[in-house]
Design a binder for this molecule. Structure first.
Ligand SMILES: Nc1ncnc2c1ncn2[C@@H]1O[C@H](COP(=O)(O)OP(=O)(O)OP(=O)(O)O)[C@@H](O)[C@H]1O
Ligand SMILES: [Mg+2]
Length: 402
């Protein structure tokens, strides 16, 4: 996968997120990537930009930082989109936001698909409670489920989806299938006949599973499971169909994936997995956002020259020398950092030359209010060459000429 050692620096195509969110054909944007890289912030910033560009947007966030949630008016988990008041009147569209509460989403599905008595029996069931709050992959599945619901309601013309921090790229895309397999055949069938005879033929893997679940849930296990399965039985088809439908929805034109990474080896490695996986599943990739980069104030002075200039200034002496030398050293450090980040981004582009890139500089502090989101949105959607140093937004340092 790695590129041959070439002389020319790889040039990534420019990622035009402004055009993407303004395009009425774009109906769903999914932001994915490694943990902590800025998926939630990017989702919120893109949603704000889209609302200000006149679209009616809902952003589905997962576990936003508390202060960001507050600025979006999300003070409690309520699983329904809330309109975000955008001060200044710049927005010609509408911004709605919601936080995903996976247990609540699960509960809503149960309530929507059975009688009140049966729904209550399911909700009270310990096995159900464990499944809905801690089954591995449930959160990914629920994000898909909620997306399906939002899309079906057709109330918004653009849905921006944040995704849970998944250690592996597979977790997110596999969620519908994994849930479907879980609810399907073998295991459920075994659970449906929890007699001794049934267990005699159960596989070692299943017995291990039931022993683990038994440990978690205690002696009530089999009774609970039988009750749970009997009550949910009629809903299984629905779960599976909706999971498959949402998965298919993601592959349709009108959906775009934005992979977010920080300019660090692990995050970019994870981004590589996402890009490969999205392409293997024929999911439409818009491109890569390299978030929290550290471009220098000017690239005209190299790190080496700044270092030696600092020495010279100190040798020359004078009252301002220490300050000037310190400023030169800060610049030298920044150039070194930017060069390292650019090198990592170049490595990604060598391996994936077709993937469009947009870099977003780190803000001075956290991005937790609408002003911060607006600044980030400008970096995400602004014209490619429109930066203070003229370095295109595909890069952190200008491409060296000659
Ligand atoms: N460009 C930026 N400049 C400065 N801070 C940023 C930037 N982007 C994100 N942050 C900050 O980084 C932190 C992590 O961002 P965020 O919550 O969006 O990441 P995430 O990928 O959603 O994390 P998780 O995987 O935990 O869900 C937040 O405090 C956010 O304010
Ligand atoms: Mg997040």
């Amino acid at each position: 996968m790695s590129a041959p050692a070439g002389r020319a620096r790889p040039q990534a195509p420019a990622l035009d997120l402004g055009a993407l969110i303004e395009d009425r054909e774009t109906r769903i944007v999914v932001c994915c990537g490694a943990g902590g890289v800025g998926k939630t912030t990017t989702s919120a910033a893109l949603a704000l930009a889209a609302a200000e560009a006149g679209r009616s947007v809902v952003v589905l966030t997962i576990d936003p930082a508390r202060r960001l949630a507050q600025s979006l008016g999300l003070t409690e988990l309520d699983n329904e989109p809330r309109r975000v008041h955008i001060p200044g009147g710049a927005a010609t569209g509408e911004l709605h936001a919601m936080m995903l509460d996976m247990k609540r989403t699960f509960d809503d599905i149960v309530a929507a698909h059975s009688t009140p008595e049966r729904a209550q029996a399911i909700l009270d069931n310990p096995f159900y409670q464990t499944l809905s709050s801690s089954f591995s992959g449930t959160q990914e599945y629920m994000a898909m489920e909620k997306l399906g619901q939002l899309r079906a309601s057709d109330q918004w013309d653009l849905i921006i989806v944040d995704t849970p921090p998944s250690r592996s790229a597979l977790d997110f895309l596999d969620a519908p299938n994994r849930m479907s397999r879980f609810l399907d055949g073998t295991m459920i069938r075994l659970l449906m006949a929890p007699s001794r005879a049934g267990f005699k033929f159960a596989s070692a893997g299943f017995l291990l599973f039931s022993r683990i679940v038994s440990k978690i849930l205690g002696g009530q296990l089999l009774r609970d499971i039988s009750a749970f399965v009997a009550a949910l039985d009629t809903m299984f088809g629905g779960f599976r169909e909706r999971a498959t439908a949402t998965y298919e929805l993601l592959r349709r034109p009108g959906t775009s994936f934005v992979v977010v990474a920080s300019p660090e080896p692990d995050a970019l490695r994870e981004a590589s997995y996402f890009v490969d996986r999205l392409s293997a599943d024929a999911m439409p990739l818009a491109g890569l956002v390299v978030n929290r980069t550290h471009p220098p104030a000017t690239a005209a002075l190299s790190a080496t020259r700044a270092e030696s200039a600092a020495e010279e200034v100190l040798e020359a002496g004078g009252p301002d020398a220490p300050l000037a030398a310190a400023a030169l050293r800060v610049h030298a450090e920044r150039m070194t950092l930017a060069a390292r980040e650019q090198h990592l981004a170049d490595r990604f582009t060598s391996a994936h030359p077709e993937v469009a890139v947009r870099t977003v500089p780190a803000a001075a502090g956290d991005v937790h209010d609408l002003d911060g989101l607006r600044t980030m949105a400008a970096a995400l959607t602004g014209a490619d060459e429109d930066t203070p140093t003229g370095t295109p937004r595909t890069r952190i340092l200008p491409a060296r000429r000659g």
